[in-house]
Design a protein. Sequence first.
Length: 101
Amino acid sequence: MQPFTRNVINVIKKIPTGQVMTYGQIAAFAGSYRAARQVVRVLHSLSEKESLPWHRVVNAKGEIALSDDSRLLQEILLQGEGVEVDRNGRINLDLYQHHPD
DNA sequence: GCCATGGCTAGTA
DNA sequence: GCCATGGCTAGTA
């Protein structure tokens, strides 16, 4: 496993319950601020294996980026942690975005 | 090495 | 347009 991938995993794992982070934000904390799409890849390939809180990752606008069933599941999981999701699948980042040190 | 992948995103029009 | 990975393929040795 490559260092960047490892970093991405670590950052995602540290997102607290009830908060979210952005793809690009995670990439930045992992050491490569433009590598948002790599974060997508990690989420795809390692969410299950690494038990990642994948549902706490949203796009830069605070929207759920998934579709259909997955989207609904993500919404339910977030709401279950007390995160408000409006009917457009949007989260208020001012309230719920996690900012690591 | 090359190339597809992928749930993106800053910044222009 | 950006870019790190994994998988696959030429093309050396």
